[in-house]
Design a protein around this ligand. Structure first.
Ligand code: UFG
Length: 325
């Protein structure tokens, strides 16, 4: 297949580009490098550009008859979205419409959308399946839900078919150690704990110890980046073969508390470091765990790296090799 990966220089996008290329597909990355890295795009073609720019989109779509588009180019910080909602609605929603309009102009019919557990808001039950009510509690989650809804209208009007994949907590790194997580600033739990383990930061903060969970810290469902990417590849392959539009939740179905994740990092890294208990972070639900039965049965997707120690091992290898040499 010929695939356009928008945001292919970012954490998830760069792993996706690698997987698609290794599977023999022709990949073009379009990325404005606002948060991604040119050197993370190790396979396929690269075009620097922004999806807000219709001329660039026309050039890219004219150059290759794409079978499908995968879209990873979003802002992802929940807290920032609360204080600067315009940034999120403009890029994550409005610019995505620009991309969809370009697909319509160039008759590209298949779209894989990087969605999020944040579309569900405060869970009414866990594990969260696809029919769980969607009531996002921050502009980030709302911006993603708005795209999911817009896609329904684009399908009716233009026949554009889509799979929306709602990620829980993406983590880990490339098995070969070639790629990994490089957010600036880093806000995600596992890379921050690894920074404490490697000595790049003094301590790790636990945001809240009074949640209704076994040890009082928040529980999340961590999914290996490679498993996440394999679900995308399966989804696109089925979509192109005519399976029709779908929405899937992607996680391992296992919840780990912040304290448990810290313990796993200590075991894997054999390092000790300081833990500081602080106040809750605004907007954090107590527990987010996915029910991914639908993705497993319909896509034939089976997470391979569903052991948290393995997820952490791969991320630790990246932390040491990339940041601590
Ligand atoms: N946490 C800490 N200390 C830290 C950082 C995080 O205790 O220093 C806690 C958070 O409060 C949360 C858990 O660790 O309970 C996981 O936090 P992350 O920031 O790693 O992940 P989130 O669950 O908040 O966010 C994930 C994705 C986001 C996405 C969000 C909603 O990582 O990109 O889900 O889908 F926006």
């Amino acid at each position: 297949m010929k695939i356009l990966v928008v945001g292919g220089a970012g954490y998830i996008g760069s792993h996706m580009v690698k997987m698609l290329s290794k599977a023999g597909h022709h990949v073009v990355t379009l990325d404005n490098l606002s948060t991604g890295y040119r050197d993370a795009v190790k396979y396929g073609e690269f075009v620097e550009g922004d999806i807000a720019d219709s001329d660039i989109l026309n050039q890219v779509f004219s150059s290759t008859p794409f079978d499908g588009v995968m879209h990873f180019a979003s802002y992802i910080e929940v807290g920032e979205s609360v204080v600067n909602p315009g940034k999120y609605f403009r890029n994550n929603f409005s610019n995505t419409l620009n991309l969809l309009d370009a697909m319509v102009r160039h008759a590209v019919k298949h779209f894989i959308f990087s969605s999020t557990a944040a579309i569900f808001g405060e869970p009414e039950y866990v594990p969260i399946d696809e029919s769980h009510p969607k009531k996002p509690i921050n502009p980030y989650g709302l911006s993603k839900l708005m795209v999911e809804q817009a896609l329904e209208s684009y399908e009716i009007a233009h026949g554009l078919q889509s799979v929306c994949l709602r990620y829980f907590n993406a983590a880990g790194a490339d098995i070969d150690g070639e790629l990994g997580e490089r957010h600036v600033p880093e806000t995600h739990l596992i890379p921050l704990i690894l920074q404490a383990a490697s000595g790049r930061r003094e301590s790790i903060s636990v945001f809240g110890n009074d949640y209704p969970t076994t040890d009082g810290s928040c529980v999340r469902d961590y999914i290996h980046i490679v498993d996440l990417c394999s679900a995308h590849l399966l989804a696109l392959t089925k979509l192109v073969k005519g399976s029709g539009s779908k929405r899937y939740n992607l996680g391992n179905g296992n919840g780990f508390s912040v304290i448990q994740v810290i313990d796993v990092v200590k075991q894997v890294s054999a390092k000790n470091f300081k833990i500081v208990e602080t106040n809750r972070r605004a907007g954090d639900p107590a527990t987010l765990v996915a029910d991914s039965a639908l993705a497993q049965s319909e896509l034939g997707w089976t997470p391979v790296y569903d052991d948290l120690a393995v997820i952490v091992e791969h991320a630790w290898k990246w932390e040491k090799n990339y940041f601590c040499k």
